[in-house]
Write a new protein. Structure first.
Length: 234
């Protein structure tokens, strides 16, 4: 059995990549809420996709987990989650824009900072607010920690000729957030996801972050995002 985002589950036929990356999430106690199973029929659908069956199983297992997460006031966000001073700051962007690079700048600038998950952290609404969690689905370098941390803010990164950060309205934030979360869902799951997004955007500050590829970008982002967190706590 495994536990991620405070959810206990079982996994069957999810492949060796999953088993390796999920090892730190293994638990011996608890009642599983569901079982992740990847079938041969599902692999056959993506037969032409240029990945090994093992990697396909790993990817399918992640999609199935996030589908279950939506039912539990949660969602995934394609992002790199950095923890500083007990708060998680998530940086999202299309692949290749530089979210992982920006996260690395935080680690260089702030020695106490660390990466919670470098690709698909889970977000979940708890009685204490939104928390970010590490998951076994953690990008090509498998950077993750099995813990949950209160969310301090979310920033959508874009390349720019200078550093700037500005808050996004809920409407603009939703336009950027939805494409970076679970796709190809509908019906009840989509309604549940949109309900969670609505609460998230009312409780968590969301920003547009323009940055250059330099450590100064981390300073710009942290000044605004960490100050906002401190103000909300105060």
């Amino acid at each position: 059995m495994y536990k991620a985002a405070d959810i206990v589950f079982e996994a069957v036929d999810c492949g060796e990549v999953f088993l390796e990356r999920a090892e730190k999430y293994a638990v011996e106690e608890g009642e599983p809420e569901f079982t992740l199973t990847v079938t041969e029929a599902e692999l056959a659908v993506d037969k032409e996709f240029p990945l090994s069956d093992d990697w396909k199983r790993y990817m399918y297992s992640g999609s199935k987990f996030y589908f279950e997460l939506i039912k539990r006031r949660g969602m995934m966000l394609h992002s790199s989650a950095v923890v500083k001073d007990g708060r998680a700051y998530l940086f999202s962007a299309n692949s290749g824009v530089g979210k992982s690079t920006h996260a690395e700048h935080w680690l260089r600038r702030f020695p106490d900072a660390y990466i919670l998950n470098d690709d698909k952290p889970a977000l979940r609404r708890t009685e204490e607010g939104f928390f970010a969690y590490g998951t076994p689905w953690s990008g090509k370098h498998d950077v993750s920690r099995n813990e949950g941390v209160p969310v301090g803010g979310i920033a959508f990164i874009e390349r720019a000729s200078y550093n700037f950060i500005e808050p996004l309205s809920p409407v603009e934030a939703a336009k950027r957030l939805i494409p970076q979360t679970v796709r190809r869902i509908g019906g009840e799951r989509m309604r549940e996801l949109l309900d969670t997004v609505d609460v998230l955007l009312r409780e968590v500050p969301v920003y547009r972050l323009g940055c250059i590829n330099d450590i100064s970008a981390a300073e710009t982002a942290a000044e605004a995002m960490c100050r906002s967190t401190a103000d909300s706590i105060g």
